[in-house]
Design a protein around this ligand. Structure first.
Ligand code: PMP
Length: 281
C-alpha cells in the first residue's frame, strides 16, 4: 500500500519518523478517521474541516489548502484501491530536540494511510453491551488529540468486562463514549450531551441530528445522568466506524426490552439510505 507523508506518496517501508517527533514523545498532534464506502470518502469535507479546526486549536498550521488536502486523501484511496475501509490521517508538531514548549522552527509531520474495513452489520443488528466508566480525561475533549490515554484506559476496562464500549461520565453526568457519542431515547425524545469542551462533536453525530430533523424526531442536546441512562427506552452510540450502534445493556442491566429499539432501527435505516445517496452523488 501507498502512504502519504507530507504530501508525497511513498511506500510503507520508506517512512522515516524521528525519535524526537513530538507526536511520538508528547502526543503533540491531532488526527482524523474518514470512512470510505464504495471507493468514496463519506462526509470528507466535514472531517477535513474538523482536522483543520483541531490543528488550529493546538496552533499547528497545515501547509496545504483544504482542497489540496482533500485531493491527497482521495488519491490515496484510489491508489490503494480501497472499496470499503477508512483513511487514518494525523499531523504532529514535528521533529525537534525534546523540550516541552513549542520549538521555534519545526515543520508539521502529516502521515495518512488506508485500511480495508467492513461495516459491523451483525453487531448493528444485534446491539452491544456497554459499561459505565468515570471520565478522567482533560477539559478539551473537543480537540481530536493524539493523546488518547484516558480513552484507551476506559476502553480497555470495558473490553476486559466483555463490553463493546465504555460510557464515560463526569460524576453523574454522561458525556460520551471512549471513541463514540452517546444517545438515549425517552418518550420519543432523543437526548445527547451538547457539543461542548467535554465531548468530541462527532461527524456521525451531526449526520444523526440532521436525519432527526428530516424525520421529525425531537432531539434535545441536554446532558443526562447515569440513572436516567438506565431508564431510557432506547440507547445507542455513534462513530465513523460503528455508525449507529444500539446499546442493549449497560452494566449488565437491560435497556428497554434489551433489544435494539424501534427508533434506533429507523435511524439506522435512514443513515444507510443517506449513505447510498451521498456515495452516488
Ligand atoms: N467521541 C470520541 C472521543 C471519539 O474518539 C469519536 C470517534 N472519533 C467520536 C466521539 C465520534 O466521532 P465521529 O462520529 O466523527 O467518528
Amino acid at each position: 500500500d501507498w502512504i502519504l507523508h507530507n504530501g508525497e506518496f511513498i511506500r510503507e517501508n520508506e517512512l522515516n519518523v524521528s525519535k524526537e517527533d513530538r507526536g511520538y514523545q508528547f502526543g503533540d498532534g491531532i488526527y482524523e478517521v474518514i470512512r470510505v464506502y464504495e471507493g468514496n470518502l463519506f462526509t470528507a469535507a466535514e472531517h477535513i474541516d474538523r482536522f483543520y479546526e483541531s490543528a488550529e486549536k493546538i496552533k499547528i498550521v497545515i501547509p496545504f489548502t483544504k482542497d489540496v488536502f482533500h485531493k491527497q486523501m482521495y488519491d490515496l484511496v484510489e491508489m490503494n484501491e480501497i472499496d470499503n475501509g477508512q483513511v487514518y490521517v494525523q499531523v504532529t508538531r514535528g521533529d525537534a530536540i525534546r523540550q516541552h514548549h513549542f520549538p521555534q522552527a519545526t515543520s508539521p509531520v502529516i502521515v495518512a494511510y488506508t485500511k480495508k474495513v467492513e461495516r459491523p452489520v451483525e453487531m448493528m443488528e444485534a446491539g452491544v453491551k456497554a459499561k459505565f466508566i468515570e471520565d478522567i480525561r482533560w477539559l478539551r475533549c473537543d480537540i481530536k488529540s493524539l493523546n488518547l490515554l484516558g480513552n484507551v484506559l476506559a476502553k480497555q476496562e470495558a473490553h476486559e468486562d466483555g463490553s463493546y464500549e465504555a460510557i464515560l461520565h463526569r460524576g453523574e453526568v454522561v458525556t460520551e463514549g471512549s471513541s463514540s457519542n452517546m444517545y438515549g431515547l425517552k418518550n420519543g425524545v432523543i437526548y445527547t450531551h451538547p457539543a461542548s469542551n467535554l465531548i468530541l462533536n462527532g461527524i456521525t453525530r451531526r449526520v444523526i441530528l440532521n436525519l432527526c430533523k428530516e424525520l421529525g424526531i425531537t432531539v434535545q442536546e441536554t446532558a443526562f445522568t447515569k440513572t436516567e441512562a438506565l431508564e431510557m427506552d432506547e440507547f445507542f452510540m455513534s462513530s465513523t466506524t460503528a455508525e449507529i450502534m444500539p446499546i442493549i445493556q449497560i452494566d449488565g442491566q437491560d435497556i428497554g426490552d434489551g433489544v435494539p429499539g424501534e427508533l434506533t432501527q429507523k435511524l439506522q435505516q435512514a443513515f444507510e439510505a443517506n449513505l447510498k445517496l451521498t456515495v452516488k452523488s
